[in-house]
Design a protein around this ligand. Structure first.
Ligand SMILES: Nc1ncnc2c1ncn2[C@@H]1O[C@H](COP(=O)(O)OP(=O)(O)OP(=O)(O)O)[C@@H](O)[C@H]1O
Ligand SMILES: [Mg+2]
Length: 292
């Protein structure tokens, strides 16, 4: 009994020490954002969460890994000239393609560079890896916006990142598709924990009820822990901001959705990451995934 208590104390001390190291070394947190169903609010979450985290003093980089349309650019009303493909081909450096957005957030335009990630030649992949490694000292948080569903590239990003945020709406089809993602996460032992955001809720209760049920099912049938980051209410400011091609966080900072995002940002910073392997770990996992 005494031994067990002592062992527990030692484990807690070790975990605290690890957290301290992460804090001191400032290893960036690498977080992918995914959803089963499309159009549930990933890109809006990524962009506005990045702004909220930046206003809380974090250096945030957003990677647009959506393989369809360049979602992040559209939401920010930007037309970046270059993207990751230019880095891969050796025409541009990472610094030259990175665009600065509101609150100083940095955006890495993905575009077709990422579609081809799975088929890169060794020298191209090395170039990409070397470039991304520079983020190790310049970012605190890397947020990765992915496409909906579980295509191979999305799975690669989910696996390579240290943390996974799943976003769903209350719609039953969206929730079912979100389970689909954690089923794969559990089956391949990708993460033991997922973070959940419920978007477009009519009130806070609806969000909490969905999160409770999701968490129970995930735990019982898939042995996955769910950390509920919060809900975002249906808010016409979001729709208006999308039309204006500006983030609602900057356009309507006092709006309901903006307050919800602020709470989510604070909650995210409160939760110590389960693992932090930094950019190096991210890159080596990504290349291992794309090699297969
Ligand atoms: N909280 C909200 N309140 C009202 N409307 C919302 C909210 N969140 C998202 N929307 C609506 O949903 C649309 C889709 O959002 P978004 O582009 O962020 O989704 P997505 O998951 O990134 O889509 P895709 O899978 O196509 O990349 C927005 O343009 C907006 O009209
Ligand atoms: Mg999107």
């Amino acid at each position: 009994m005494h031994d067990q208590a002592e062992r527990l104390r030692q484990l807690t001390l070790a975990a605290d020490a690890q957290r301290k190291i992460v804090k001191q070394k400032k290893i960036p947190r690498i977080i992918s954002i995914a959803s089963g169903k499309g159009g549930v609010g990933k890109t809006n979450l990524v962009v506005n969460l990045a702004i909220a985290l930046s206003s809380l003093g974090k250096r945030v980089v957003v990677m647009d890994a959506d393989l369809g349309l360049a979602n992040v650019d559209i939401l920010l009303g930007m037309l970046p000239k270059y993207n990751l493909l230019d880095v891969v081909q050796g025409n541009k450096s990472l610094e030259e393609i990175i665009v600065t957005g509101p609150e100083g957030i940095k955006i890495i335009p993905g575009g077709s560079g990422l579609v081809e990630l799975a088929n890169l030649a060794v020298d191209q992949r090395d170039r990409l890896m070397t470039s991304l490694l520079r983020l190790e000292n310049t970012a605190d948080i890397l947020l990765i916006d992915t496409s909906a569903g579980l295509s191979r590239p999305v799975l690669s990003f989910i696996t390579a990142a240290d943390e996974l945020i799943i976003i769903t709406t209350p719609e039953p089809t969206a929730i079912t598709d979100a389970y689909g993602i954690i089923k794969v996460v559990s089956k391949y032992n990708i993460h033991q924990e997922v973070k959940l955001v419920v978007n477009q809720v009519k009130d806070y209760r609806e969000g909490r009820d969905i999160a409770r049920r999701f968490s129970e099912v995930a735990h019982k049938f898939l042995q996955i822990n769910t950390k509920f980051l919060g809900e975002i209410c249906i808010d016409q400011h979001v729709v208006r901001a999308v039309k204006e091609q500006q983030p609602f966080m900057t356009l309507y900072p006092k709006g309901r959705a903006s307050c919800d995002i602020q709470n989510i940002a604070e909650k995210l910073l409160d939760i110590s990451p389960e693992k932090t392997r930094g950019i190096r770990g991210f890159i080596s996992r990504l290349s291992r995934m794309t090699e297969k």
